[in-house]
Design a binder for this molecule. Structure first.
Ligand SMILES: [Zn+2]
Length: 488
C-alpha cells in the first residue's frame, strides 16, 4: 500500500518508462513515486525508500487517458446496441437521445449520483486514470465535484451545451428544434462550472468545454464555445463525423463536411478533441471523396477521439487508424459506451485497422499504446500525464500478465494488446493514491455502487415506453438472444 508522504518503490515488473521522446520498457524495472509524483522510472533504483511493492509478473504502465466517457450510466448504451442497425434515422445516440418531446424525465438526484459513481469506478477498474467526460447527466454539480474528490479519479469536465435539442415526432421522425437562448444559457452554465471547479479535488478536477454535437450546435454557438474555451484556457470537445445523419445535415446546411466546416469556423486547433471523426472524406460510406479531411485535422492539430469497439458494434470504423496517423493526425482512444475497458480498446483499435487496411502490419501495439497515453495527453496539454518519467504525475496501472489465462509472451506490450482486458488490471494509482488494489476499489463498497447503478438503470428502462414514439419496451427494441423469462 502506498502511503502519501512516503517514497515507494514498485519493483520487479515490466516498467514502461518515458525517455522524453518515447516509451521504453524495462524488464525487472523500478518505478519510484513520492506523494503525487514519479521520481524515478526505468532501471534499478539505488536510493533509500520507505516502502516497496512487488510488481513481478505485472506491467507497470502509465494510466490510460480515456477521451470519451459519458457520465450517464449505461442505460442508453444498451438501447444503442441493436437499435442502431434497423432504423437509419435513429442510428447511433439518437436511439435514446430523441424521445417524444417533453416526455423523458431526468432521473432523481440519488440515481444521478449512483450512475456517476458507477461510471467513474468502472472506468478506473478497467485502466482509465484520466476521464474526459464529454457529457453526462445534468445537475448537482457540487455532488459531481464531491464524487471526484471522494473517488480519487482525475477528470476533465463541464456540462455539455447545445441549442438544438433532438426529438421524435409521433411517427418516429427525427426533429431538431433550435433555441439560441437556451444554448447561450447552457454555455454560461459550463463556463460557470469551469470557474467554480477547475483545479478542485487537489487539482484532479479540471475544466473543459463540451459542445454536444456538431449538428446540435448552431454555428454562432460553436464559435462562442470555442471563444469561451480560449478565454478560459481550457480544451474543448465536440462529437463530429460520428454518424451519417449528422454528416448529411452538415453537408446540407453548410455544403461542407463536418471537418471542413469546423476547420473553416476556427473551431479546430491543438486544444480541440473531436469524438469519433469516423465519417470524413476518407471514409467510403458518405461517398464524398472531395477535399482532404485528414490533412485538415493534421494541419489544425486537432485530436481524434477514436472509440473502436463502440463503432465496431455498429459495423463501422475509421478508414483507417494508420491513414490518420500517416497523415499526421493526433489520435487518442476512448470507450464511449460499455464496457469502458481501455485495455480491450487497444486490441480493438489494432485489429480493426488491420482488417480495414487488409494489412497485418498496420496499427502496431506501439501505435495503439501511444494513442491511449500520449495521444490523450497532447489534447489536454499535459506533459505530466500518459507517461512515467521523473516529474510526471503518479498515475499508474499494475496489470497482471503472468497468469494461466494469459499468453506466454516475450514483449509485455504485445501481450497487453493481444491478450489482456480491463479485468487484468490489478492496481490503479492516481495522484499517488491507490484507488484499486487486487482488482477491487479501495475507497468504496463497489458491490453497493453496482447495485445502486443497476437499480437506477432498470428504473430508466421501465420508463422507455413512456417516451418512445412507438411505445416499445426495451425487450421489444432489443429482443433478447433467447426467449428470456424474467423473474418479475
Ligand atoms: Zn459520445
Amino acid at each position: 500500500m502506498i502511503i502519501r508522504g512516503m517514497k515507494t518503490l514498485i519493483e520487479g515488473g515490466w516498467v514502461v518508462a518515458h525517455n522524453g521522446t518515447s516509451h521504453e520498457v524495462y524488464e525487472r524495472g523500478s518505478l519510484v513515486i513520492e506523494d503525487d509524483r514519479v521520481v524515478h522510472a526505468g532501471g534499478p533504483y539505488a536510493g533509500p525508500v520507505d516502502a516497496r511493492i512487488s510488481a513481478r509478473g505485472k506491467l507497470v504502465s502509465p494510466g490510460f487517458i480515456n477521451t470519451h466517457v459519458h457520465t450517464a450510466g449505461g442505460g442508453g448504451d444498451y438501447l444503442l446496441l441493436d437499435m442502431a442497425k434497423d432504423d437509419y434515422r435513429t442510428a447511433n445516440y439518437m436511439s435514446f437521445a430523441a424521445p417524444l418531446k417533453g416526455r423523458m424525465a431526468p432521473p432523481p438526484p440519488e440515481a444521478t449520483a449512483a450512475l456517476r459513481a458507477y461510471v467513474f469506478l468502472h472506468a478506473l477498474k478497467n485502466g482509465t486514470t484520466t476521464v474526459i467526460d464529454v457529457g453526462g447527466l445534468r445537475g448537482d454539480w457540487d455532488g459531481y465535484a464531491r464524487l471526484v474528490e471522494d473517488l480519487g479519479v482525475r477528470v476533465y469536465a463541464s456540462p455539455a451545451f447545445r441549442d438544438r435539442d433532438t426529438y421524435m415526432d409521433a411517427q418516429g421522425r427525427l426533429t431538431y428544434e433550435e433555441d439560441a437562448a437556451v444554448g447561450r444559457q447552457r454555455l454560461q452554465e459550463a463556463v460557470d462550472f469551469v470557474h467554480k471547479y477547475d483545479g478542485t479535488a487537489q487539482g484532479r478536477l479540471r475544466g473543459m468545454l463540451n459542445a454536444a454535437q456538431v449538428e446540435t450546435c448552431s454555428e454562432p454557438l460553436l464559435r462562442a464555445g470555442k471563444d469561451a474555451a480560449r478565454e478560459l484556457g481550457v480544451p474543448i470537445h465536440t462529437h463530429a463525423g460520428g454518424n451519417l445523419v449528422e454528416f448529411q445535415r452538415i453537408m446540407e446546411e453548410y455544403r461542407r463536411t463536418p471537418i471542413q466546416f469546423l476547420a473553416d469556423i476556427g473551431f479546430l486547433d491543438e486544444r480541440t478533441l473531436l469524438g469519433h471523426a469516423v465519417f470524413t472524406t476518407a471514409h467510403p460510406w458518405p461517398r464524398y471523396p472531395f477535399g482532404d479531411d485528414l490533412r485538415l485535422l493534421a494541419q489544425t492539430g486537432a485530436t481524434v477521439g477514436h472509440c473502436p469497439y463502440k463503432y465496431a458494434k455498429m459495423a463501422m470504423t475509421l478508414h483507417s487508424l494508420p491513414r490518420y496517423l500517416a497523415a499526421g493526425v493526433n489520435v487518442a482512444l476512448g470507450t464511449d459506451t460499455y464496457p469502458l475497458d481501455m485495455v480491450a480498446e487497444l486490441r480493438w483499435a489494432s485489429i480493426l485497422a488491420k482488417v480495414t487496411d487488409a494489412n497485418y502490419q498496420a496499427a502496431t501495439p506501439r501505435d495503439v499504446f501511444n494513442a491511449a497515453t500520449l495521444g490523450g495527453a497532447k489534447f489536454i496539454d499535459r506533459h505530466d500525464l500518459g507517461r512515467l518519467a521523473p516529474g510526471a504525475k503518479a498515475d499508474v496501472l499494475l496489470i497482471n500478465l503472468d497468469q494461466l489465462g494469459a499468453p506466454i509472451y516475450a514483449d509485455p506490450i504485445k501481450a497487453l494488446v493481444d491478450g489482456a482486458s480491463g479485468r487484468d488490471v490489478d492496481t490503479v494509482i492516481v495522484d499517488g493514491r491507490v484507488l484499486v488494489q487486487g482488482g477491487r476499489a479501495t475507497r468504496v463498497d463497489e458491490d453497493a455502487v453496482y447495485a445502486s447503478a443497476r437499480q437506477a438503470t432498470e428504473h430508466y428502462w421501465y420508463q422507455v415506453p413512456g417516451w418512445r414514439w412507438d411505445g416499445a419496451t426495451v425487450d421489444r427494441i432489443i429482443p433478447p438472444a433467447f426467449p428470456l423469462h424474467r423473474a418479475r
